[in-house]
Design a binder for this molecule. Structure first.
Ligand SMILES: *[C@@H]1O[C@H](CO)[C@@H](O)[C@H](O)[C@H]1NC(C)=O
Ligand SMILES: *[C@@H]1O[C@H](CO)[C@@H](O)[C@H](O)[C@H]1NC(C)=O
Ligand SMILES: *[C@@H]1O[C@H](CO)[C@@H](O)[C@H](O)[C@H]1NC(C)=O
Ligand SMILES: *[C@@H]1O[C@H](CO)[C@@H](O)[C@H](O)[C@H]1NC(C)=O
Length: 291
């Protein structure tokens, strides 16, 4: 009798363990057959296709809900503190997970984004006109922790393999890899043809960013492994540049002047963030004393 109960329990646990979304830790899954949904109420529950990477727009939506549920330490030490990117917002997604070109983050202030959801215009009013613009080129600046002498040819092969195995990115999209040994920096250019609407580069970039941050989105919790030339390399920082089919429309000269339409710079190492907070605090304290 006991063993029957035990068996049933084991069976139940196994059944529920199987109902997870491989590609999204935060997904809400239930039922047989197993169905998974975004853990937020868009107007309707959003069913997910867990056999593929989840579109970035859905991921951001889920993350906003995730963040808003918690009161976190850190964040802006003072209202005037700035970071080098817009941060995430609560995006307006189509039913297939594309970013709508106009985004307002539930406010009266709106702006235009590219297909990667990155702002490409000044912020404006609710009537701002936005067109659909595709991001066709993504550059990853990957800074790794110290390692001895890596071989560029081997790095390129490893990158292609890792991106394909972990994020299902076709090897033909990895157009160029450069390596700056002094700076511990790998530069990876991922490009698709202009006009190609069959694949979206922003999803894999988002998954990779999360992996480098150490907060993987995969529900098995597996960490990003990068073994090249017999060495385990780990990354401490990533900067992602997005290049669109049309240049962005910022009015600031410094931005439109560039050759490349570089739009956003993401993610400082946590340590850097803490240092900034530390220095700002210190200055605040010094200023308070002064007064
Ligand atoms: C969007 O709104 C949230 C608060 O609801 C805020 O924390 C976040 O910084 C906003 N993002 C942008 C890009 O405006
Ligand atoms: C780097 O690796 C490639 C392929 O394994 C090899 O042909 C090449 O000689 C290596 N280069 C150096 C400088 O070790
Ligand atoms: C976890 O899932 C990822 C993405 O599907 C996969 O690449 C990796 O091999 C899995 N790891 C394990 C230990 O199952
Ligand atoms: C690299 O990591 C794997 C485990 O992920 C370990 O078995 C292996 O010994 C490591 N190699 C080196 C050179 O540190």
């Amino acid at each position: 009798m006991k063993s029957v109960v035990l068996l049933l329990v084991v069976f139940a646990v196994e059944a529920s363990a199987q109902c997870t979304c491989v590609n999204l830790l935060w997904a809400k899954c239930e039922g047989t057959p197993c169905k998974c949904y975004l853990p937020v109420q868009t107007p309707n529950r959003q069913l997910l296709d867990c056999t593929k990477l989840i579109p970035k727009c859905f991921l951001m939506k889920a993350e906003m809900a995730h963040i808003q549920g918690k009161r976190r330490l850190g964040g802006k030490p003072v209202e005037t503190a700035i970071v080098d990117n817009d941060g995430i917002y609560d995006p307006d997604c189509t039913s297939t997970g594309q970013f709508r070109p106009k985004q307002c983050n539930n406010t009266e202030e709106c702006w235009c984004v590219n297909s990667a959801g990155v702002r490409r215009s000044d912020k404006g009013s609710k009537d701002i006109q936005c067109e659909e613009v595709e991001t066709y080129w993504i550059r990853l600046d990957l800074k790794h922790t110290t390692a001895s002498h890596l071989n560029l040819t081997k790095i390129k092969t490893t990158i292609e393999n890792v991106l394909q195995e972990r994020y299902k990115l076709g090897k033909n999209l990895v157009k160029e890899v450069k390596y700056d040994e002094q700076a511990n920096l790998m530069v990876v250019d991922i490009k698709k043809d202009i006009g190609d609407r069959t694949q979206d580069l922003s999803h894999m970039a988002y998954y990779l960013m999360k992996d480098v941050k150490g907060t993987t989105l995969f529900s098995n919790g597996s960490k990003l492994k990068f073994t090249t030339d017999g060495q385990n390399v780990s990354f401490e920082d990533i900067i992602i540049y997005y290049v669109d089919e049309k240049p962005p429309t910022f009015t600031m000269k410094s931005l439109t002047g560039g050759v490349i339409a570089v739009i956003v710079v993401v993610l400082l190492a946590v340590v850097c963030g803490l240092l900034v907070v530390y220095f700002v605090r210190k200055r605040e304290r010094a200023m308070n004393k002064g007064q």
